[in-house]
Design a protein around this ligand. Structure first.
Ligand code: PLP
Length: 476
């Protein structure tokens, strides 16, 4: 396929529709000296530009094109009505400085939305400020730090299982804590005995991804929470992937003191392409006072910003966070109601277990137990030197996005599949059929796999070269 840049299409002699010659004043409104010269802008006709960008847009793949089983990322379908409503002028053109009096409706949405998240998790309060899951983590670890300062204790370690999301140790290290990795047992749960050996008075807390990156609900979770609390440590839950558990588990009851949620995974708001996302952070009652500023409160019938937060860690985002993302999630929750939210997790878990049951006899399944919203296969036992990378490229040829590969690091050659709750039985079945076909090709026609992809606009790229010598700018 021709992937010429628009610069390469530049040709001032192109034929196109013509406007009458401009007869007005010729002086520019830009003062002399401010006009940049020597910029090599492409010179194309209007149809050339329209075709160029339309064709580029068709080379993209998204949930609106087909199934996108990218484990850990929850690439589910976002109802278009969220977009329609949040795009309305009454929401999109409000100004953050409009003042409380004229922003009552917006403040009410933010207040009620926080209340919903409290109800879903059982936690005491939420901040809507964090702009991503990892930003929620960072905010949460700042709260942990502030909590220990407030009680005059110095603790410097946070425990993180090896099945945690990669952002967890990064957030912890950014806040100046030491990370200690807790190993998993062969079932994919935290190795409880090892955990107990590591738990001492220097441990400020533990950050547990739930479900973990193996797609599993840790069966030791209650015991872990009790041991942490007995030790005076805090328990942080990474709830980015709440679509496995929403409406089914109240996380405060499990023992989490802090927890973030990714709206751009669980609550059907857009992600990818650089966001914006949103990762609200919830805290148990005794930690709510440390949450960032800009918490909306209700006083009688009025809504306003809580201005009395002397213990707060401060500001982590301008104004109210990513309001339009919160609005989409609010609409989604209002649309589904309590029963609808439970349906999300039921269907996400059912879809994943169905796929796993159909694929486990075709590809190797390293951990064979009931999964949550995702599960992991790997390339063990594949013939002809075929690896996970080859399988993932061949999947593209059949019109699906690839699953997440080589993550988590815990499983060699991982293929991490998350169908999400918005895929129908028919599309799951199509994916199963494709995976069966690919497995047959591994034996009978390995060249098809090793040379894949064949049907995509860009064929197999040299990933090493791309990583070592990235071309980030045209003309270099
Ligand atoms: C996606 C994810 C994150 C990070 O969220 P971002 O919004 O990408 O920063 C953290 N933890 C888990 C378990 C995730 O799946």
């Amino acid at each position: 396929m021709n992937v010429e840049l628009i610069f390469e299409k530049s040709d001032s002699g192109q034929n196109n529709y013509k406007l009458p010659e401009w007869k007005g004043p010729s002086s520019s409104i830009i003062p002399p000296g401010y006009i940049r010269t020597g910029i090599n802008l492409p010179d194309c006709s209007e149809p050339a530009v329209v075709r160029h960008y339309n064709n580029l847009s068709k080379m993209n793949f998204g949930v609106d094109n087909g199934m996108y089983p990218l484990g850990s990322c929850t690439m589910k379908y976002n109802p278009k009505i969220n977009e329609r409503i949040s795009g309305k002028k009454i929401y999109s053109s409000i100004h953050p400085f409009a003042g409380e009096e004229s922003s009552q409706g917006v403040l009410r949405i933010l207040f009620e939305f926080s209340e919903y998240l409290c109800r879903i998790t059982g936690l005491g309060g939420f901040t809507l400020s964090p702009a991503a899951g990892s930003h929620g983590e960072l905010t949460g670890v700042m709260v942990i730090k502030k909590y220990f300062e407030s009680i005059g204790e110095k603790r410097s370690t946070i425990l993180i299982p090896d099945s945690a999301h990669g952002t967890n140790p990064a957030s912890v290290a950014m806040c100046g804590f030491n990370v200690k990795e807790v190993p998993s047992n062969s079932d994919g749960d935290v190795d409880f005995n090892k955990f107990m050996e590591m738990l001492d008075k220097d441990v400020a807390g533990m950050m547990l991804t739930c479900p973990n990156t193996l797609g599993l609900f840790d069966r030791n979770i209650i015991k872990i929470a009790e041991a942490l609390h007995k030790n005076g440590s805090l328990f942080y839950g990474d709830g980015a992937n709440l679509n496995a558990l929403v409406g089914r588990v109240r996380f405060r009851d499990v023992g989490f003191d802090l927890m973030h949620i990714n709206l751009h995974k669980t609550f059907s708001t857009p992600h990818g392409g650089g966001g914006p996302g949103s990762g609200p952070l919830g805290a148990a009652d005794h930690l709510v006072k440390f949450l960032p500023v800009t918490i909306v409160i209700k006083d009688g019938e009025r809504f306003g910003i809580d201005s009395d937060r002397p213990d707060s860690i401060g500001r982590v985002h301008s104004f109210y966070g990513n309001f339009s993302i919160c609005l989409r999630a609010y609409i989604y929750i209002r649309m589904l109601g309590c029963d609808g939210l439970k349906d999300i997790s039921d269907t996400a878990v059912l879809n994943a277990n169905y796929l796993m049951s159909q694929l486990k006899n075709i590809f190797n399944l390293p951990i064979n137990r009931k999964c949550m919203h995702e599960f992991i296969l790997n390339d063990k036992g594949l013939p002809n030197g075929i690896t996970t990378n080859d399988i993932s490229k061949r999947i593209l040829d059949y019109g699906f996005h690839s699953p997440t590969v080589y993550f988590p690091l815990l499983i060699h050659g991982a293929i991490m599949i998350e169908p999400t709750e918005t895929e129908s039985y028919e599309s799951l079945q199509r994916f199963i059929d494709v995976m069966k076909t690919i497995r047959k090709e591994c034996d009978a026609e390995p060249e098809k796999i090793l040379g894949a992809p064949h049907n995509t606009p860009v064929k197999r790229v040299d990933t090493v070269l791309a990583a070592k010598k990235p071309v980030l700018k045209w003309g270099d």
